[in-house]
Ligand binder design. Structure first.
Ligand SMILES: [Zn+2]
Length: 350
């Protein structure tokens, strides 16, 4: 009898404990954001060790922080560069487009793969991790750290974007393109010759609608007149700006059709809109200037040089239903998506 009672009690205790665990888990899930809730329901979380690609080629990378050169698989490099260059909260098709831009850039710098390659200017490797020199790169571990509680969801998205586009690049007439991109065009991209020295047939101005819902679309900078005078006079010795006459001395003279400033009067001299953007650290060259006593108020539209793919525009296109090929061929006119790997099958089969 006693033995039976004990058995019954044990069963009740186990049931009570199971019920408590179920209730506690339920409360825990209830407080999770929906995407994480769904992820927890649907399966395993992605961890850094799960970011594995079937690599065909390797790229040498100079880490400017550690002064170290390391080799990494091209597809892993593309994952790390894509995630470093575009917000992982963006749509999958926009991230795929970014992955092709990153892979095209990497490919044209790889001595092993591309005969006309132009390796990193620093001369130590194919590419470096400095976004001012090559393109941004973040290690898998640092990306997971940056993404925090979204890490698994974002990693899965970028991983898929890279994996399903393996080996794909953007080409113009059979040659890899210069896949320039920027954060936000502000509505219209720019012809390459208006920003950089040369005109490229696929880097021409196109409309980029629905960017206004993205961060970086518009910005206002309030600078002291004193700062503006010093910054411009230091960069342009002929300008000879004076604080008291500033509102008469600075004037936008000419704009491109896109709205970006072509030339500006700065005192006794003139400069390009791009030069003034660099001198004053403006978000873009599409700016307008107002003066208010000793303040200079500069409003900008867009973020970045404006040439090639607008990341905000790519995301807006993806939200409207475009796929990555439609996005890429819009921002890089008359181009096509090609694969780099079939050429190397005989050397290193995938
Ligand atoms: Zn570099």
């Amino acid at each position: 009898m006693l033995h039976r009672l004990n058995k019954k009690r044990i069963v009740i205790i186990i049931l009570a404990l199971s019920l408590t665990v179920i209730i506690v888990r339920g409360i825990f899930f209830a407080f999770l954001p929906l995407p994480q809730f769904l992820e927890n329901l649907s399966g395993e979380k992605m961890k850094p060790k799960d970011i594995l690609f079937d690599e065909v080629a390797f790229i040498s990378v100079f880490d400017v922080k550690t002064n170290r050169v390391f080799e990494v698989g091209l597809e892993e490099y593309v994952f790390c560069a894509t995630a470093a260059e575009m917000p992982a909260s963006y749509e999958l098709e926009a991230i795929k487009a970014q992955a092709l831009a990153a892979r095209t850039y990497a490919f044209t710098h790889m001595r092993e793969l591309y005969a006309d390659s132009t390796p990193c200017k620093k001369g130590l490797s194919d590419v470096c991790t400095d976004s001012g020199c090559c393109q941004s790169y973040k290690s898998i571990e640092s990306l997971f750290e940056k993404w925090g509680s979204n890490a698994s969801r974002y990693a899965k998205k970028v991983y898929e974007a890279v994996k399903v586009t393996k080996g794909e690049i953007v080409s113009y007439q059979g040659e890899p393109i210069l896949a320039l991109f920027h954060a936000s065009s502000g509505g219209v991209t720019e012809n390459s010759e208006n920003v950089f020295s040369s005109a490229l047939p696929y880097l021409v101005s196109v409309d980029s609608p629905n960017e206004e819902f993205h961060t970086h679309f518009a910005d206002t900078k309030v600078l002291s007149a004193e700062y503006v005078v010093e910054a411009i006079n230091t960069s342009f010795l002929e300008a000879n700006l004076r604080k008291a006459e500033l509102s008469k001395q600075i004037k936008v003279l000419e704009r491109y059709i896109s709205g970006r400033v072509k030339t500006v009067q700065i005192g006794n001299s003139t400069c390009t809109g791009r030069d003034l953007r660099n001198t004053l650290g403006l978000n873009s060259a599409n700016f307008s200037i107002e003066f208010d006593s000793d303040k200079v108020i500069i409003s900008t539209i867009g973020f970045g040089h404006g040439v090639g793919m607008s990341q905000a525009g790519a995301n807006a296109m993806a939200q409207a239903g475009s796929n990555y090929i439609q996005i890429l061929t819009h921002y890089y006119q008359s181009t096509e998506v090609t694969s780099i790997y079939p050429k190397y099958d005989s050397i290193s089969p995938p």
